[in-house]
Ligand binder design. Structure first.
Ligand code: AMP
Length: 214
C-alpha cells in the first residue's frame, strides 16, 4: 500500500503516519524529517535547506526529489506513507515518474483537514525531539518527564519553524502551493479521502484504518 498524507503543518500527518506505519508495516517517508536529519548530521544539503526551512519556504523541488529517490530506491518496504511530500505539482509529477519506474502505484490520498486556529494552537504547543524526531504536545500529549523525550531521553525543543511568524508563512505556503494538489489528485485513479483531523488522535486513527481497510 502506498499512501499520501496531506494536511497543513500541525494537522497530524507525522503522528497519524507513524501509527499507520506501525500498524500496517509500512515505511513513513517524511521529507521534513529527512531534511532535519541532514541538518543534524551537518551535511551541505542540510545546511542549504535550513535557509528555506527557517523562513517557512519550500526547499527546491530537485533537492526534495533527490532525497525521496534515494530512500525509495534503497528501501525494501512493502509500502510507503508519504508525509509532507509532495508539496508542489513538480514534486507530484516527479513522484509519479519514480513510482512508475519502480513498478509501484498509489493506493490512496488522505487529507487531514484542520482549521487554522487549531493548527496555530497545536504548533505553539508542539515539542519536538531533535534526536529521534518524536513529537509531543505540551497540552494534549505531554512527555512523561517534562522536557525529555519518552523514546530516547533527549531534551525536547520547540522547532525554529514552529514559532508564530514562521507558522503563518508555512500555513500560507500550504494554502497557496500544496492544497491545490488535492485537485490534481482528484483527477487521478487513487481515491482522495478528506477527513476531520481536528479530533483526538485515536478518533482520527480509527477513521483512517476503517477507510484504508475498506
Ligand atoms: P515539515 O516537517 O513537513 O513541516 O517540513 C518542515 C520544512 O521542511 C518545510 O516548512 C519546508 O521548508 C521543508 N520541507 C519539508 N518537506 C518539503 C517538501 N516536500 N518540499 C519542499 N520543502 C519541504
Amino acid at each position: 500500500m502506498d499512501l499520501i498524507l496531506f494536511g497543513a503543518p500541525g494537522a497530524g500527518k507525522g503522528t497519524q503516519g507513524a501509527l499507520l506505519a506501525a500498524r500496517y508495516g509500512l515505511q513513513r517517508l517524511s521529507t521534513g524529517d529527512l531534511l532535519r536529519d541532514a541538518l543534524g548530521r551537518g551535511t551541505p544539503l542540510g545546511f542549504e535547506a535550513k535557509k528555506f526551512m527557517d523562513a517557512g519556504e519550500l526547499v527546491p523541488d530537485d533537492v526534495i526529489l533527490g532525497l525521496v529517490r534515494e530512500v525509495m530506491e534503497s528501501s525494501d518496504a512493502a509500502g510507503f506513507i508519504f508525509d509532507g511530500f509532495p508539496r508542489t505539482v513538480a514534486q507530484a509529477d516527479g513522484l509519479a515518474a519514480l513510482m512508475e519506474r519502480l513498478g509501484r502505484s498509489l493506493d490512496a490520498v488522505v487529507v487531514l483537514d484542520v482549521d487554522d486556529e487549531t493548527l496555530v494552537q497545536r504548533l505553539a504547543g508542539r515539542l519536538s525531539c531533535p534526536s529521534c524526531q518524536a513529537v509531543y504536545s505540551q497540552f494534549a500529549e505531554p512527555p512523561q518527564v517534562p522536557g525529555k523525550c519518552d523514546a530516547c531521553g533527549a531534551s525536547l525543543v520547540q522547532r525554529e519553524d514552529d514559532r508564530p511568524d514562521t507558522v503563518r508563512r508555512r500555513l500560507a505556503v500550504y494554502r497557496e502551493q500544496t492544497a491545490p494538489l488535492i485537485r490534481h489528485y482528484r483527477a487521478l485513479p487513487a481515491p482522495v479521502h478528506v477527513i476531520d483531523g481536528a479530533r483526538p488522535v485515536d478518533a482520527v486513527q480509527m477513521e483512517l484504518r476503517t477507510l484504508l481497510e475498506q
